[in-house]
Design a protein around this ligand. Structure first.
Ligand code: AMP
Length: 281
């Protein structure tokens, strides 16, 4: 595996390979890698000549200082895992490489998607995501971009970004299934911050999604969301939202909606914020 720290060296290297007809799969991450990330690497390896993973903890997308400061960093481990997965390239930029002095902060017109659900609880988060993704996509110019369904709203935002920068014909976005622990907890870098007791409580996010899936066909959605919320709160979990939404727009869905539906939860366990979602039909 080759490690690049400089964007222009990475860019030149990848352009040479593209010119000789090779295609590039890209897996952007913030590190503290787990099997969810590695499933994306695996998917990219199967479909591309070169797989690039980036690790960059993007300060622009954190609206909470504590969350940023406590974000897990396990770089040596990450490198070992990437080598084990036969990832070809790791891009490991410093903050100044992404946000140089000349960097002009763009304002992305994302519309409603940036202010609902995650956007409501994490103001400016998706602007930060777009800032870093716009830059990374320029440096890597991937043919295929691999994202996790776990961050469902983020996938929608990045899709929109790719359209806004006119790359929808060039970059093929692949959304990969959420990889879970044996008890259903969605793998997440933030899980590293949970102690045993918190870790056990965290599994209730998944259990609650299953509960919603089992009942949404014959229950009033507002009642179901409220029951789900109370169940989580009963476990000492602070709920930001439990939503049953149209999977294409993320608008709250009315009971008995015939649309493609998704249930989404965001909740904190002693200030450690976790998200998860599940397709319902
Ligand atoms: P992150 O490092 O959390 O920014 O995630 C990097 C990429 O990995 C994003 O596209 C995530 O959606 C994806 N990802 C994170 N957790 C999982 C998971 N449990 N299963 C599949 N993909 C994941």
């Amino acid at each position: 595996m080759i490690i690049f720290k400089k964007a222009n060296t990475l860019f030149q290297f990848l352009q040479q390979h593209k010119q000789s007809g090779e295609n590039i799969g890209f897996v952007p991450t913030m590190g503290a890698l787990h099997k969810g990330h590695l499933s994306l690497i695996k998917a990219s390896k199967l479909e591309n000549n070169i797989t690039v993973c980036s690790i960059f903890i993007n300060p622009a997308q954190f609206n909470n200082k504590e969350d940023f400061e406590k974000y897990p960093v396990t770089l040596e481990d990450d490198i070992e895992k990437l080598m084990g997965a036969e990832c070809d390239i790791l891009f490991l930029p410093g903050v100044e490489e992404i946000y140089s002095d000349h960097y002009v902060v763009n304002r992305y017109q994302l519309g409603k998607i940036e202010s609902i659900l995650e956007g409501e609880y994490r103001p400016k988060h998706f602007q930060g995501v777009c800032q870093v993704m716009d830059r990374l996509l320029q440096f890597v110019s991937p043919d295929e971009l691999y994202l996790g369904q776990k961050d469902y709203q983020q996938c929608m935002v990045i899709k929109k970004l790719v359209e806004m920068i006119g790359k929808q014909e060039v970059i093929n976005i692949k959304i990969c299934e959420t990889v879970r622990e044996a008890d259903g907890l969605a793998m997440s870098s933030r899980n590293l911050r949970l102690n045993n007791e918190q870790r056990n409580r965290a599994a209730h996010l998944f259990k609650t999604l299953i509960f919603i899936k089992e009942h949404f066909q014959h229950k009033d959605f507002n009642e179901l969301k409220q029951t789900a919320k109370i169940k989580l709160q009963g476990m000492g979990i602070k709920v930001d939202y439990v939503e049953i939404a149209d999977a294409n727009t993320l608008d709250a869905a009315p009971t008995n909606s015939s649309k493609k539906l998704i249930a989404l939860i965001a909740a904190s366990i002693d200030n450690i914020r976790l998200i998860d979602n599940m397709a319902l039909n």
